[in-house]
Design a protein around this ligand. Structure first.
Ligand SMILES: O=C(O)c1ccccc1NCC(=O)[C@H](O)[C@H](O)COP(=O)(O)O
Length: 534
């Protein structure tokens, strides 16, 4: 009897692993099916269209898309990066422009897990154009496909060399039934024909022979002609580590490259990715308008409670956001909260007479990948409507907030950090969450993506800026400082210092009377000047 190859060994071990999982209470096939039927699998994105878009499709020969792999170890190389943080690595790949994150979930030889898959999905879930998540696995049973879907994969791998054709077809069909177009892996012309006969839309040629570990970079080149003029995305997998590898495949019509080891070993994966794929750095692809807007902070005047005051501020040039206070415990005649319909009527009349509200909408100049808060800021900066109406709610119930937001046609809502985070999903406009910078913010859910869109840090009288510096410095992702709106008790000096160091993207100046941070009209004018000159 011949010694089993590594692929045969992995197959045998995985078959045992699957049987064990299937017989474990809580993860039986019936359990997984019930969880899927309860809508517990997160939403999918389609692999084909995600792969077809890449960060540099402008040129005549578009760059291949990147499928970036999380690979702690391998049978051929042993440990590569055993202590890697799968979620952080995936976020880095995504922000560098990867179209797919490939997650090896095999535990024995690759040190992967379903937890890695789930964490990867979670880490990139709130990115505006997130990469697809691939469960890179030795799939031999429908059970593994259902597991993949439940844990957040958008696609799975099917290895032609490992499966009898009928099994391959059954698994392919099952994956499609769950909405996932698989990546079908081949290593020679016979396997390529099998993949084509299957109707696979995404075919990966593995340059590595999975029986003997031999890596032959011309494997992909030899099979390119078999997919010419077909509706197939051809990918090249394994052994890719230099720009020359990518350029050669690009010239041959390869549309995606899957890279594991070289990325896991790169000290600076983002830079490495840009060099490898010859992608421009994100800043140079942003338009001057974008960078100019980023430098100049927006001005938010808040604390307005009276209808006439609001209308007069709206007509004033230079105010970007207008904060209207709705305080359920402090109502008086003519206040906006008492007469939201009056305000909405007046506002509608005003808006009809103001050409700014009919200015053509501009769209974000750049579709560079960005994490949640940076993307929210970018989207807001792209809106032509100024001033944006911001409702500052105090002591209200959720239904009251929802009703008033609609009645007054608010663009944004400010909520205190004491308000339950869960409310945010139900409020129909983006939410600014206000935190007091004087309190201990280390465990506050400031940079939690996916709920509030913006963070307002309220400076307290007599305190230095260290708490704000800390929040900004910790950032929302590696290399991405946390964008903040700065408000509260600001002086000319502290504001100048903040604009130079923490660079808030907006400054809130409150004219509300009777609160600790209220200021005289002359103080307010001084602060406005500082913001406008920034
Ligand atoms: O990588 C191995 O040693 C290996 C051995 C046996 C079966 C599969 C194996 N790797 C899986 C892959 O296909 C690669 O992880 C993937 O293509 C990335 O390759 P690389 O860029 O060379 O890490």
């Amino acid at each position: 009897m011949s010694t089993p190859t590594i692929l045969e060994k992995i197959y045998a071990q995985r078959a045992k692993d699957v049987e064990l999982a299937k017989s474990t209470p809580g993860t039986t096939p019936a359990d997984i099916a019930a969880l899927l039927a309860s809508h517990l699998a997160p939403p999918l994105i389609p692999l084909v269209s995600r792969l077809a878009r890449n960060p540099s499709t402008d040129g005549n020969t578009p760059s291949p898309s990147l499928m970036a792999e999380i690979k702690r170890a391998s049978p051929s190389k042993g440990p590569i990066a055993p202590n890697a943080n799968a979620a952080a690595q995936a976020l880095t790949y995504a922000l560098a422009g990867a179209s797919v994150i490939s997650v090896l979930t095999e535990p024995t030889w690759f040190l992967g897990s379903l937890l890695d898959l789930r964490l990867v999905r979670q880490a990139i879930d709130t990115l505006p154009d997130r990469p697809a998540v691939l469960r890179k696995e030795f799939i031999l049973d429908e059970y593994q496909i259902a597991e993949a879907r439940l844990h957040g994969a958008d696609t799975i791998l099917l290895i032609v060399a490992m499966l009898p054709v009928e099994r391959l077809r059954a698994l392919y069909t099952y994956s499609l039934s769950l909405g996932m177009e698989p990546l079908v892996e081949v290593n020679n012309a016979t396997e390529m024909q099998t993949a084509l006969d299957l109707g696979a839309k995404v075919i990966g040629v593995n340059n590595r022979n999975l029986h003997d570990f031999n890596v032959d970079m011309s494997t992909t080149s030899r099979l390119v002609d078999m997919v010419k003029d077909r509706d197939v995305i051809l990918c090249s997998l394994s052994g890719i580590s230099t720009p020359a590898d990518v350029q050669l495949y690009q010239a041959q019509g390869v549309r995606a490259v899957l890279i594991g080891e070289a990325l896991m070993r790169a000290p600076f994966p983002s830079t490495f990715i840009r060099e490898l794929l010859n992608w421009p750095s994100p800043s140079s692809s942003s338009s001057p308008q974008d960078s100019d807007e980023h430098e100049k902070p927006l001005l938010m005047i808040s604390g307005i409670t009276i209808i006439e005051e609001a209308i007069s501020f709206i007509s004033e040039e230079g105010v970007d956001m207008l904060g209207l206070v709705f305080d359920a415990q402090n109502q008086n005649e003519d206040s906006i909260i008492d007469e939201p319909n009056d305000f909405a009527r007046n506002l509608a009349i005003y808006r009809r007479s103001d050409p700014r509200y009919f200015a053509p909408r501009t769209f974000p100049p750049s579709s560079d990948p960005a994490p949640w808060f940076a993307a929210q800021k970018r989207n807001l900066l792209a809106t032509a409507v100024r001033p944006l109406l911001v409702g500052i709610f105090r002591n209200h119930t959720l239904p009251e907030i929802i009703h008033t937001t609609a009645a007054v046609k608010l663009d944004l809502v400010v909520l205190d950090d004491s308000v339950p985070l869960g409310w945010i999903k139900h409020i129909p406009v983006p939410v600014i969450r206000r935190f007091r910078a004087g309190t201990d913010l280390r465990n506050a859910e400031i940079a939690l993506p996916g709920l509030h869109s913006f963070v307002l840090l309220e400076q307290e009288k007599g305190k230095d800026l260290s708490a704000v510096v800390d929040v900004v410095g910790r950032g929302e992702a590696p290399g991405w400082p946390m964008p903040v709106i700065l408000g509260g008790a600001l002086t000319e000096e502290s504001l100048k210092e903040a604009l130079g160091t923490i660079r808030p993207w907006a400054v809130e100046i409150s004219i509300e009377e009777g609160v600790e941070e209220s200021m005289s009209p002359s103080e307010m004018q001084k602060l406005i000047k500082v913001v406008k000159r920034a």
